[in-house]
Design a protein around this ligand. Structure first.
Ligand code: MG
Ligand code: MG
Length: 257
């Protein structure tokens, strides 16, 4: 069921979005060679708890972390580990969510660890750009797959792959609500977007082939060819005009590589 959020729900989602943003910003500050994904997880956890919020990933379906930390060819859902130490030249995707007053925020970014190859850096930046391009199509009266198709159109011009097995989603009292928000599709199809809908738009883009597999840990999803993948996500509110980004506090810049 797709829910339309009233002003009070939106206000709470902004609060959840701000906590999520602050946790991600703190993690981004800490990304460097030598740090473990476990340490990054603790930073996010502390930030969320100190804000009086709830880390939404922790315990979700049994997931052990506050963040998903996915390195290089890992697309999403990497489990934070003490022995997983970042190395120069890698890229890391961090996904995080928080709950305030029963409402969710969900956001993700990918950044380099130190210096990375130019083609990998471009993959990250163009994944971010695909989000900003696509959400221009996310407004009251538009069709959902106008947004999906825009992500696909933007990244496929560079020969990148769009992961099909995972997609964005409605969000609100639950982290994952209807509708599913794919990163590919046919313009003019899908449900009609309405003011007050809140969705997480999250391109998951591969440098090589788009095929992925799930690890034996039951969580981590990686590219089959081992080539890098990038992820970028915000929770947005549909309006009659451009959407409002709920996971970027007013007056702040979006987290970017
Ligand atoms: Mg997420
Ligand atoms: Mg999400």
């Amino acid at each position: 069921m797709v829910t339309i959020k009233n002003a009070s729900a939106v206000a709470n989602m902004k609060l959840a979005g701000e906590v999520t943003y602050n946790a991600l910003a703190a993690v981004k500050e800490a990304v460097r060679p030598g740090v473990s994904t476990w340490e990054l997880d603790e930073i996010a956890y502390e930030t969320i708890i100190k804000a009086g919020a709830i880390p939404s990933f922790k315990g979700y379906g049994g997931f052990p972390g506050t963040i998903c930390a996915s390195i290089d060819g890992e697309v999403v859902h990497g489990i934070p580990k003490k022995k997983r130490i970042l190395k120069e030249g890698q890229i890391i995707s961090i996904d995080c969510g928080a709950i305030v007053n029963g409402y969710h925020g969900d956001s993700a970014f990918t950044v380099p660890v130190g210096q990375v190859d130019d083609e990998v850096y471009k993959l990250i930046k163009r994944t971010e750009e695909s989000f900003w391009y696509a959400i221009k199509f996310a407004k009251d009266g538009a069709r959902l797959h106008d947004v999906s198709a825009a992500v696909q159109r933007y990244v496929e011009q560079f020969g990148y792959g769009v992961v099909r097995e995972l997609c964005g989603h409605g969000i609100g009292r639950e982290m994952h609500e209807d509708p599913e928000v794919p990163n590919y599709g046919t313009p003019g199809t899908g449900m009609r977007l309405r003011e007050g809908m809140t969705i997480a738009v999250e391109p998951m883009i591969t440098l090589g082939d788009r095929a992925v597999y799930q690890h034996d840990d039951g969580w981590t999803v990686s590219t089959k060819d081992g080539k890098p993948a990038s992820h970028y996500e915000h929770t947005i509110l549909i309006t009659k005009n451009d959407p409002i980004i709920l996971t970027i506090p007013e007056g702040k810049e979006g987290i970017s590589a």
